[in-house]
Design a protein around this ligand. Sequence first.
Ligand SMILES: C[S@@+](CC[C@H](N)C(=O)[O-])C[C@H]1O[C@@H](n2cnc3c(N)ncnc32)[C@H](O)[C@@H]1O
Length: 194
Amino acid sequence: MDNKRRVFLKSLKADDLAGDVPSVSPIVGQWLHDQATQLSATSILELGTAHGYSTIWLGDVIENNHGHLHTIDVSAPSFAIATENIRESGLEKHVTQHFGNAKDVLPEINETFDLIFIDARKRDTHIFFELCAPKLRPGGIIIIDDVEKFREKMTPFWNFIETQDEWIYETFPLDADDSVMVVRRKQRAESREQ
Ligand SMILES: C[S@@+](CC[C@H](N)C(=O)[O-])C[C@H]1O[C@@H](n2cnc3c(N)ncnc32)[C@H](O)[C@@H]1O
């Protein structure tokens, strides 16, 4: 990431903290960037744009890989602020913002993705996961934020993920505040081993 964008992200995070916008921490932002880089991601879907902090971390990789990122948010004021931040970071050509409830918007996005980042209404995580799963390309990953902090709100999702046989999941306690989960489809051989 070039220094100008890094400086912009630093000031955006400071604004988010001052305005109580619950964006990911810089540690999680860098980690998202690393995950997308390792996957050589060219297509990313994000649920929960807020003011665009995580979008810009992920969008930086997408720009490097000449790809595209779709991001969804249901809040009109956040959508407008994110538009401005994405433009200021120079990523507007690589990002499509969708306004609306992800439950309504997701069925209209007919693409597959290398990486899907779920960071919207925590109580609906199981619904988001179900709607996103068919959009994950083979070998891709779904990342879910706040899986420990909001474990109770995510009970239906936790009940699902702990009892199913199609997905492998791992949680990473990345910072003092919270853990993220990485979910990927089992390969056939992995399914047979169990
Ligand atoms: C935790 S914030 C996202 C933070 C952002 N990913 C970041 O790290 O910069 C959650 C966002 O999800 C949005 N949201 C909540 N429910 C949603 C839904 N059903 N569909 C789309 N967006 C939703 C909220 O408006 C809020 O901006």
